[in-house]
Design a protein around this ligand. Structure first.
Ligand SMILES: [Zn+2]
Length: 259
């Protein structure tokens, strides 16, 4: 099954944005073996985004033409190996792949580090090649932000309907604006996309089916290094800019308007 691009375009236009379809170009992906199980939100990160925007502006795109900047970003993003199925820019929602193909956007939870004592491990965001490590701190302090939502005894592979394979979800990347955050229109477009995808694929609008990469894969997206030690922090996408509960509420509001 696939969310028809025309339906997406109509809904996004009604909000004041636009939609673009790049599903036929870019990286090639394999057909799904099981139906879509959920939606995982990501950020491609500010460093990459700011670099690409600077390149677009250097190549002649006006700095205030947010639509063209989004399309430049999407074309560059679509060539990467690890992408979600959709990119939500400041003005444009871009379909990067049809829903019934699996893109690689959030690795498996089957690694040895996701055992019963997964909270003892971390693969923090750090300069150079990040590596899994035993962080040596109180596991429930490092992952307090995860426990607060899903429970101190819980395991991501059991919380989420996709088991150990988050790529059974559709990935949605929100590209940060110049401030590193997301605008009102962008968040509204992301909610509309979630509502439509949920309808098409029968996904429940709750935090066990609609989540962030940090919640879905806390070891890889849930810590940073500060002063030489591992500190728990969700960053994909940053919760200061993307509030999951508010996002789900907004998606439910859109859902109530769909026929
Ligand atoms: Zn991610």
């Amino acid at each position: 099954m696939d969310l028809p691009f025309a339906d997406l375009a109509v809904l996004i236009r009604s909000l004041g944005g636009s939609a673009a379809d790049l599903a036929g170009v870019g990286s090639v992906h394999q057909p799904r073996s099981v139906p879509v199980k959920g939606i995982i939100h990501h950020t491609p990160g500010s460093p990459w985004t700011f670099r690409q925007r600077a390149m677009a502006i250097g190549a002649g795109t006006p700095a205030d033409d947010l639509e063209r900047l989004d399309l430049f970003l999407a074309a560059a993003f679509d060539r990467r190996e690890y992408i979600g199925g959709y990119m939500v820019g400041q003005r444009v929602v871009v379909k990067l792949e049809v829903d019934d193909r699996t893109t690689w956007h959030s690795g498996a939870l089957s690694s040895q580090h996701y055992g019963r004592d997964w909270r003892a491990w971390a693969r923090p965001l750090a300069p150079g090649a990040p590596a899994f490590r035993l962080h040596g701190r109180d596991p429930h302090v490092v992952y307090d932000w995860w426990d607060a939502r899903y429970g101190a005894d819980a395991h991501p592979a059991r919380v989420f309907g996709w088991g150990r394979l988050p790529n059974r979800c559709i990935g949605v990347d929100l590209v940060p604006d110049a401030t590193g955050g997301y605008g009102v229109l962008q968040l509204a477009m992301a909610a509309a996309l979630t509502a439509l995808l949920a309808r098409v694929h029968g996904i429940q609008l709750d935090d066990r089916h609609v989540t962030t990469h940090s919640f879905a894969a806390p070891l890889e997206r849930g810590s940073v290094v500060r002063g030489g030690r591992v500190v728990g922090m969700a960053w994909d996408p940053p919760p200061a800019h993307f509030d999951l509960d508010e996002h789900i509420e907004r998606a439910r509001a859109v859902d109530s308007t769909l026929t």
